[in-house]
Design a protein around this ligand. Structure first.
Ligand code: BG6
Length: 486
């Protein structure tokens, strides 16, 4: 609603992200009636394809990635009618003529350039778009992660893109911020009275953030092997979740009010020294095993290599140096080929300060708030109860259980659906500002530098297990345990 017709130009239009996520998301938006009439989606790729051949590829990708309630043929036909294709070598000297031919007749409507290519070429693409006269007043650019490989390269990308687009027109995407449950974190924290007064070191013992995947590197080995789990997942997705949990209440929902608070969290992250990294980080790499009931190869076999030190699992005990969180550890872990696809945030409260019950009742267990991001989105608040009955007093822990599916009974839109439309609407609240990305890299670089000096291989774990045993030791050393799926 309220959005005028737009052109969305996707560089990397034949790539994995466009096919698996962006096009299906747009199709769902079409089904929900959210794409204004006359809007177009232009895939840009190096492969020489006719429009028809490209539309066929998109059709196949949308089918392969459809959810149970996928939009029907009529919706697809409408969406297919919007798709165009421009064959461009984004680095060639030729001034993007194929794209100009498509865009120029459309006049001055909203243009979104979505760069789903390697971030090394983001600056060049922006300059070439500009030289071709394609950057208009209403143009904006979306930068897909990972932005750079470290702080230095991220700054270089930011600088190069800012020579063409001012900061207000740059949308750095982290699709985790588009997930419904992640957006709901703001509502949970700041639209309820109950949690915020307790949301601090006096009442919270620690926080856990787990993003577990069952997939391996899925043919993305070339990219992944240069990145690893720390750069691919933790520098962005897990740190963004940490920001949503740990930030101070913004004064309002103004994009910069929210992002000002997030960047403060990132700046409060304590960089790890070599000695700390040795104790507080664990790197793992999967070997062959069983995932989703089937035998799967190890990382090195998938890569067809004997030698790679890239981590496919990482666990870190992170700390924030500020008043609210001093002394409260944030245990973060993420990995590929784990037993389940499962992401959640666990806020573990402290125990009650004084026990008044007889010891036969059992020991009261401290409260725990579990925010499930995927799958089965929901919130559980674990609390102590008296087991009903006239006999002696007995405790039992049982949760207040809010399932989003049961409560709201509506389809939960995918992250890219929301975020793509936000770029068209011009709302950058759920996108990362340059200073956020840079602050996240400063902490990440401290870990990378420490790992380089430590010079150890990642520890092996069999596919289908919860990472190396050292990750369990990391938290158990502090007399805590990883929360298990329920
Ligand atoms: C991407 C990573 O950003 O996020 C992938 O590059 C990962 O390696 C994916 O698989 C996970 O996203 P989701 O939404 O499936 O949890």
């Amino acid at each position: 609603p309220g959005v005028g017709p737009f052109d969305l130009v996707v560089f990397g239009g034949t790539g994995d992200l466009a096919m698996r996520k962006l096009m299906p998301a747009l199709l769902y938006s079409e089904g929900d009636g959210r794409l204004p009439a006359e809007s177009n989606v232009i895939g840009v790729g190096r492969t020489d394809l006719t429009r028809e051949a490209y539309v066929e590829r998109v059709a196949a990708a949308c089918q392969a990635n459809a959810e149970a309630d996928s939009p029907g043929d009529e919706v697809w036909d409408r969406f297919a009618g919007r798709i165009e294709y421009a064959c461009i070598d984004e680095m060639a000297a030729e001034p993007y003529a194929a794209l100009r031919r498509l865009l120029e007749p459309r006049g001055d409507r909203i243009r979104v350039f979505y760069l789903a290519t390697h971030s090394d070429v983001f600056g060049d693409i922006c300059h070439r778009l500009n030289a071709a006269g394609l950057v208009t007043e209403t143009s904006r650019v979306v930068l897909e992660k990972p932005l750079g490989n470290d702080l230095r390269s991220a700054c270089a990308v930011n600088d190069a893109v800012r020579e063409v687009f001012d900061e207000g027109r740059i949308y750095r995407i982290d699709h985790y911020l588009g997930k419904e449950t992640v957006q709901n974190l703001l509502v949970l924290r700041f639209a309820n009275t109950l949690f915020e007064p307790l949301w601090r070191r006096e009442f919270i013992d620690h926080v856990q953030i787990t993003v577990a995947e069952t997939v391996g590197v899925e043919g993305r080995g070339g990219f992944y092997d240069k990145a690893g789990a720390l750069r691919d997942m933790m520098q962005n997705h897990l740190l963004q979740l940490l920001c949503m949990v740990a930030m101070e209440p913004p004064a309002n929902l103004d994009p910069d009010a929210v992002r000002d608070e997030k960047v403060k969290v990132l700046r409060a992250l304590k960089p790890l020294t070599e000695a700390e990294a040795a104790k507080k980080t664990v790197r793992g790499q999967y070997t062959r095993g069983i995932a989703n009931g089937a035998a799967v190869p190890g990382y090195l076999d998938e890569l067809d290599s004997k030698d790679s030190r890239t981590e496919t699992f990482v666990a870190i005990k992170a700390e924030l140096e500020n008043w609210r969180w001093a002394g409260v550890p944030f245990y973060l872990r993420t990995g590929k080929r784990l037993p389940e696809r499962w992401s959640e945030i666990v806020v573990q409260f402290r125990p009650v300060p004084h026990h008044i019950f007889p010891s036969e009742a059992g020991a009261p267990i401290a409260n725990r708030l579990v925010i499930r991001l995927q799958p089965d989105e929901g919130i559980k608040f674990h609390m102590m109860n008296k087991v009903p009955g006239p006999g002696g007093l007995k405790f039992r822990e049982a949760p207040l259980n809010l399932s989003f599916a049961e409560t709201f009974r509506t389809r939960s839109p995918g992250a890219y659906e929301r975020l793509l439309l936000d770029t068209v609407r011009g709302n950058p609240t759920l996108f990362m500002r340059a200073d956020e990305v840079e602050a996240a890299w400063i902490w990440t670089d401290s870990v990378l530098a420490a790992w380089e000096t430590i010079d150890e291989k990642p520890k092996n774990y069999s596919a289908g297990t919860w990472g190396p045993s050292a990750a369990i030791a990391l938290i158990e050393r502090d007399a805590r345990t990883w929360h298990e799926d329920e």
